[in-house]
Ligand binder design. Structure first.
Ligand code: HEC
Length: 438
């Protein structure tokens, strides 16, 4: 039952009166928000704000967890974070994580309030009994209406009419619930066409990923694809010498590049003066690293025989070393360290064809001489390489620019383990292990 009232004050008074008469399923309609109508109707405070709050908190939590997982985890496989340094902050740092957390909070909350509003209002509906009521159109202009639903426990047409009239309601009318009108047919046709068209770009992307093309790729948004930059090994007109690759500036040390600890950085007890590998600039110069010649003159370099204290001797380091060895070293030395990696095999082939005259085969890491080498010496080889007399790089190149300090030591640890596999002796076991063996 619907009744019209004079203005906002009348509407509020009527709403209050009708509730006092015991009606509960009451709705009010007005062209503009009427202050105090919620109270007069004793409307329940809506749930949506709480749902939105919960969604916002969820968004914030998801963002923080996500960033922790992606950047700060330090485990194996699924739990190995990217560990990007952001503005020199720790991998897990709230200040760095706030922007993303803020945005996900807003995103979750905004979507929830938009979709929640629609859902809580029972939308979308194609029809409503009120739409069939001519006078009701005034609710968007100058009409103020009260509605009592037939679900109200006190509802009876007669009683409601009298009640409305006693409080100044005009044009009291009965509205019949009309079934939802069927959705117009063209709607489905249009929806189907839109859905198919929306899939076309995706289909094209899938097609392009799987297929081959002779023409340059389609770049819709070039972004930073094309920008002036110096490419390795190409000429550059930016520098006077015309090279785009630069040597470290002489006499300077890059941040984090100071290498003052002879144990950690050279594998030596003390810097014997022959090794100039104490700074970026110095170590980058060819011939600075120890060479065969040096060794021939002074075979007893003060190599360290124990790992530096900064290097953690653990299963973790060992696994890391194995992984790095298989990436960087196995190509030449072979996975088992016998010097028969794929590169070596290919070089032997070429040599037989007489096409690789200057090839020096990778040393077997199980050779007596290498087994006898202290950890410091192996580390030094990995770092500076093995140079032929005179500093020519025909032996093995140094890996200090490719492999981080920790990883180089991890590789040494793994090489030692590899060597142990050929040289296992009963004395290497603890008493417990010996007992278990028997
Ligand atoms: C491109 C091929 C190649 C790669 C990759 C390579 N090496 Fe070598 N390695 C060589 C060659 C060749 C020699 C022999 C050099 C010589 O005696 O002049 C050698 C020698 C060695 C030696 C013996 C040095 C000595 O004192 O005689 C060790 C130890 C060694 N490599 C360890 C490694 C480790 C560890 C890695 C991984 C970080 C590695 N190598 C990667 C080719 C390679």
């Amino acid at each position: 039952m619907l009744a019209q009232f004079e203005g906002p004050e009348e509407l509020i008074a009527a709403a209050r009166a009708i509730r006092e008469k015991g009606y509960r399923k009451v709705e009010a309609f007005s062209p503009f928000p009427v202050h105090g109508i919620d109270k007069a109707l004793a409307a329940r405070s809506p749930v949506l704000p709480w749902v939105v709050l919960a969604a916002g908190l969820t968004g914030c939590t998801v963002a923080l967890l996500m960033q922790w997982y992606m950047n700060a985890t330090e485990g194996d496989y699924a739990f190995a974070g990217y560990q990007f340094g952001i503005s020199g902050k720790p991998f897990w740092s709230l200040p760095a994580n706030i922007p993303v957390a803020f945005e996900l909070t807003i995103l979750f909350a905004a979507f929830t309030s938009f979709l929640g509003m629609i859902a809580f209002n029972g939308l979308p509906r194609f029809s409503n009994p009120l739409f069939h009521h001519k006078r009701f159109a005034k609710a968007t202009n100058d009409g103020f209406f009260l509605l009592i639903e037939s679900e109200d426990p006190n509802f009876s047409e007669q009683a409601v009419t009298t009640a409305f009239e006693s409080i100044g309601g005009k044009h009291v009318e009965r509205l019949l619930d009309v079934p939802d009108q069927p959705i117009p047919r063209p709607f489905f046709t249009i929806a189907a066409i839109v859905a198919v068209v929306a899939l076309l770009p995706l289909a094209y992307v899938a097609f392009a990923r799987g297929g081959h093309s002779e023409t340059p790729r389609l770049s819709i948004w070039c972004d930073m694809d094309y920008q002036p930059k110096a490419k390795a090994q190409t000429a550059s007109d930016l520098f006077a010498d015309g090279r785009s690759m630069r040597l470290p500036v002489a006499g300077t040390v890059a941040r984090g590049g100071l290498r003052l600890d002879p144990r950690l950085h050279l594998g030596l007890e003390h810097d014997d003066g022959n090794d100039a590998g104490t700074g970026e600039a110095a170590s980058a110069a060819p011939g600075a690293a120890p060479s065969d010649e040096d060794e021939a003159e002074s075979p007893q370099k003060p190599w360290i025989t124990e790992f530096p204290k900064e290097i953690e001797i653990s299963q973790r380091t060992m696994t890391r070393g194995q992984q790095r060895f298989n990436i960087h070293c196995a190509v030449c030395h072979g996975r088992a360290g016998d010097g028969d990696g794929l590169v070596a095999q290919r070089a032997f082939q070429l040599q037989e064809l007489g096409q690789a005259p200057a090839w020096k085969p990778p040393t077997s890491l199980h050779a007596e001489t290498i087994r006898a080498q202290p950890v410091g010496q192996i580390y030094n080889t990995v770092t500076f390489g093995k140079l032929a007399p005179g500093g020519q790089r025909i032996g093995m190149a140094g890996y200090q620019e490719h492999i981080s300090l920790e990883d180089r030591w991890a590789i040494v640890l793994y090489v030692k383990a590899l060597q142990r596999t050929r040289d296992a002796q009963i004395d290497h076991l603890t008493e417990q292990e010996k007992a278990a063996l028997q």
